[in-house]
Write a protein of this length. Structure first.
Length: 209
């Protein structure tokens, strides 16, 4: 699908057709396409839990403002932002460095330099670590939505959720934050999709101080 068309056609669709499934191959394709999203130092501080099971979606709905689309959509992704991806021994951090050594972008002796740099880009306070995890997960999230649209599917992001409730219900370790959920499926065509929402104009977006 042409890029601008995908941007225009992507909508947060409130209603999913519960009779239409999304295959595991489609989910894999969407996640792999979205994995091309950029991230600071390529640390990719995101993970997802794929929720397809009906009973699990019921549990998720209970800790996410009782939003009906969670149980109507065939699949809901719990998107996670990793607040600890800067740590030595973290699998992504270690792979990131190893890949850079492999491509010649870094030398083995630069390991401690890179560890310090990764620590620094994540920031020193819990708020900064949270910001790093969630801003990068946001780039991944937008990519997931466009990849879904490109695959002929619809989606709906949700941050109306009780983060601690979701973490408890799905045994999510404390290093993660849950910036949003993403329902993916087929828009229920028996419902009316609201007209495209307003957007700030160029002049409202561009500021100077
Ligand atoms: C991070 C994020 C969280 C959102 N959370 C919710 C939500 O919990 N419930 C909901 O109904 N809509 C939610 N939305 C959908 C927005 O209201 C919607 O994207 C916005 O109004 C623009 O409409 P559009 O996506 O159709 O262009 C969320 C959107 C984003 C990006």
């Amino acid at each position: 699908m042409e890029f601008k068309e995908a941007m225009k056609q992507r909508r947060a669709v409130n209603y999913f057709d519960p009779t239409k499934d999304v295959t595991d191959a489609q989910i894999k394709d969407i996640i792999e396409t979205a994995s091309l999203a950029p991230s600071g130092f390529n640390l990719q501080p995101w993970n997802v839990i794929v929720v397809k099971d009906k009973a699990k979606k019921e549990i998720l709905r209970k800790v996410a403002w009782d939003q009906a689309k969670i149980t109507e959509a065939p699949v809901v992704l719990i998107v996670l932002g990793d607040r600890e991806g800067w740590k030595k021994d973290h699998s992504t951090f270690e792979r990131d460095f190893a890949e850079m050594v492999k491509t010649g972008a870094m030398k083995k002796e630069q390991y401690n330099w890179f560890a310090d740099a990764a620590k620094s880009i994540y920031g020193t306070t819990p708020d900064q670590k949270m910001a790093f995890a969630c801003k990068n997960a946001g780039f991944f999230g937008m990519s997931l939505m466009l990849a879904a649209k490109n695959a002929g599917l619809d989606s709906h992001p949700m941050d109306g959720l009780d983060v601690e409730g979701v973490k408890k219900a799905f045994n999510i370790p404390d290093q993660y934050w849950v910036p949003f959920l993403l329902a993916i499926g087929h828009f229920d065509k028996s419902k009316t999709l609201l007209p495209a929402k307003w957007r700030k104009s160029y002049n409202e977006i561009v500021v100077s101080f």
